[in-house]
Design a protein around this ligand. Structure first.
Ligand code: GRF
Length: 184
């Protein structure tokens, strides 16, 4: 089955860029109107939408607007790629089993918003990247695929981080291919 895919991103959008170059996407959504990902979408001629939580009376109303957008495009897979919000019960219920996320650590190690920094500070010899289904917890959904990334002796936090991002750019396309996403 051909999947209609939407990507959600809040910031830079380098994962979005990698996905968008390889797969057909319906649109990208950003919860930040100034996010760099929207410029990337423009350059790639991919439809984009943006609105912010603060523009709504509460998170339920914000997520209802998202559901309307997703329904309108018949989306059957939402790929979170640096989307810095917890998916609330409203959206989770409407798109149950259709939301995946990429996390820059080897879950269940180092969940949360600072997976790279936390692994670095803990002095690990290896970390990783995980793609998982989204549930109501923070980075606790069923794991789809993971890859290990070593920390080298000569690493700085920047080189460590770059190597983790490189692993992300391979893992997300692999998983999308496995899930039957349509390639360009
Ligand atoms: C990635 O490291 C991703 O794993 C995490 O947020 C970061 C997003 O980076 N959830 P980008 O916006 O794709 O460049």
């Amino acid at each position: 089955m051909t999947k209609k895919i939407a990507v959600f991103a809040s910031g830079n959008g380098s994962n979005f860029q990698v996905i968008a170059e390889q797969f057909k996407l319906a649109f990208v959504f950003s919860d930040k109107r100034q996010a760099h990902v929207l410029k990337r979408a423009g350059a790639l001629k991919i439809d984009s939408y943006s609105f912010e939580l603060q523009e709504f009376k509460n998170k339920k109303a914000y997520e209802e607007a998202l559901i309307a957008l997703l329904d309108q495009h018949n989306i059957d897979l939402i790929c979170l790629a640096g989307y810095m919000k917890i998916i609330g019960p409203t959206l989770l219920e409407a798109y149950q089993g259709k939301i995946i996320n990429i996390h820059p650590a080897y879950l269940p190690e180092f969940p949360g918003a600072h997976g790279i920094e936390d692994a670095w500070k803990a002095g690990v010899t290896e970390t990783g990247v995980t793609i998982h289904w989204v549930n109501s917890g923070v980075d606790t959904g069923k794991i789809i695929k993971q890859v290990r990334v070593p920390r080298l002796k000569e690493d700085t936090i920047d080189s460590f981080e770059n190597r983790i991002h490189e692993a992300e750019y391979h893992l997300y396309p692999e998983v999308l291919r496995d899930l039957g996403a349509e390639e360009k």
